[in-house]
Design a binder for this molecule. Structure first.
Ligand code: SF4
Ligand code: SF4
Length: 377
């Protein structure tokens, strides 16, 4: 399996990482079988978190680490925000993982300015991570986050994190464009290690898993952590990694047309529909819809599986309030559209722009449900 250098850490990591969250869903014996199979197949990046099952995932990983710690780069995450609590949590994590050190300790799920301020404070969790690094119990310090690239960028500017971990996939590319347009270049410039997650969009891109991994590995990220809970899934992911060849720019552009999950609903932010005579900033409004619900709710009910996935995943990043605040600050709202018909013929992806603007205004203005049956929208 291809390996890449994890930024300035100097660690070499396999492009497929083993994500520990889904170990909660299987027995200890099955977890050991999967982890051993991953290592036997040439994988060498295993990540978990203290918060996953209150230590259960770490304990399952630890049973394998007891014999194979030297064979992998091991990462865990700390969800405490204060120094003393973080130090206690790391003691527990190392015990669960049956090791005297982890290679990377992530500040877990830093989603807001307030949380960033907390960990950076004189009595913040980062002080515990630094003390652990000085004592040889942690080699590198990272930060993880979902769907808030501006927080990650600020974090990189305020602290010399060695590694970042966030979501990279061809759906969220259009919901959180700053991830690829600004966060990724900043991290590369600073030689920060880049760990990806959610290559298949939390499962939403399941029909296109091979293309989804190809897309993610074509980005200049270093490792894509993928959670798995069956041997079939693990072998599939390993096969994708073995067969990986980068997508050319032409292939990517074509995929943005063909991907069934993007269809004629997700805005590709290409700006070709502009200008609007009413000054409606169509792509920006659809980007805010992406913040709100990842452009997953299009008002169409297809089949139970699709309905369940969209319902379960669209608010995963808890960005609704932020999206509504950003929309409230826009000088021209979607409701200014007069249905003049100029924009839709210009859209290469055949988006029903006028209808989508109407849906989006409903979501972002909090004006009411799209349909009374979905009053929680
Ligand atoms: S249909 Fe609406 S959004 Fe499109 S160009 Fe006309 S006014 Fe603007
Ligand atoms: S042309 Fe279509 S895909 Fe491109 S920005 Fe406008 S609505 Fe989005």
């Amino acid at each position: 399996m291809q390996r890449r250098l994890l930024g300035r850490t100097g660690l070499e990591v396999s492009i497929l990482g083993f994500g520990g969250f889904h170990l909660l869903e299987i027995s200890t014996a099955d977890a050991q079988t999967l982890l051993n199979h991953y290592l036997d197949a040439g994988g060498n990046y295993i990540e978990t978190a203290a918060q996953y099952g209150d230590g259960e995932s770490e304990k399952k990983v630890g049973l394998v680490m007891a014999a194979r710690r030297d064979e992998c780069v091991l990462a865990t995450k700390c969800h405490a925000r204060e120094r003393d609590a973080a130090a206690r949590l790391l003691d527990l994590s190392l015990g669960h993982l049956a090791t005297d050190h982890v290679d990377i300790l992530f500040m877990h799920h830093i989603q807001s300015q307030a949380e960033l301020d907390q960990i950076l404070a004189p009595d913040g969790a980062l002080r515990a991570a630094e003390a652990a690094r000085d004592a040889g119990r942690v080699r590198f310090i990272g930060i993880s986050n979902h769907g808030h690239p501006e927080i990650m960028m600020e974090a990189l500017k305020r602290y010399r994190f060695d590694v970042i971990m966030t979501n990279f996939n061809y759906l969220d590319r259009f919901n959180f464009p700053l991830i690829e347009e600004e966060l990724l270049p900043l991290a590369l410039e600073e030689k920060v290690g880049i760990v990806g997650m959610k290559a298949v969009g939390d499962g939403f891109l399941w029909r296109s898993a091979e293309q989804a991994f190809r897309y993610a590995w074509t980005l200049p990220i270093h490792v894509m952590a993928a959670g798995t809970n069956t041997m079939t899934l693990l072998e599939q992911d390993l096969a994708y990694a073995e067969a990986f060849t980068p997508m050319s720019e032409e292939e990517q552009e074509q995929w943005f047309f063909d991907a069934p999950e993007l269809g004629n609903y997700v805005c590709r932010l290409c700006d070709k529909c502009l200008p609007c005579p009413e000054n409606v900033d169509i792509p920006r409004i659809f980007e805010l819809e992406g913040w709100y619900d990842r452009q997953m709710w299009d008002g169409v009910v297809r089949d139970p599986g699709d309905y369940w996935l969209r319902t379960a995943l669209r608010f995963w990043f808890e960005n609704q309030e932020r999206a509504r605040a950003a929309y409230a600050a826009l000088p021209v709202k979607a409701s200014a559209c007069t249905d003049c018909g100029e924009c839709e013929p210009r859209c290469p992806y055949h988006l029903p722009i006028v209808d989508k603007l109407s849906h989006t205004h409903t979501k972002l203005s909090g004006a009411g449900a799209l349909n009374p049956r979905w009053a929680w929208m």
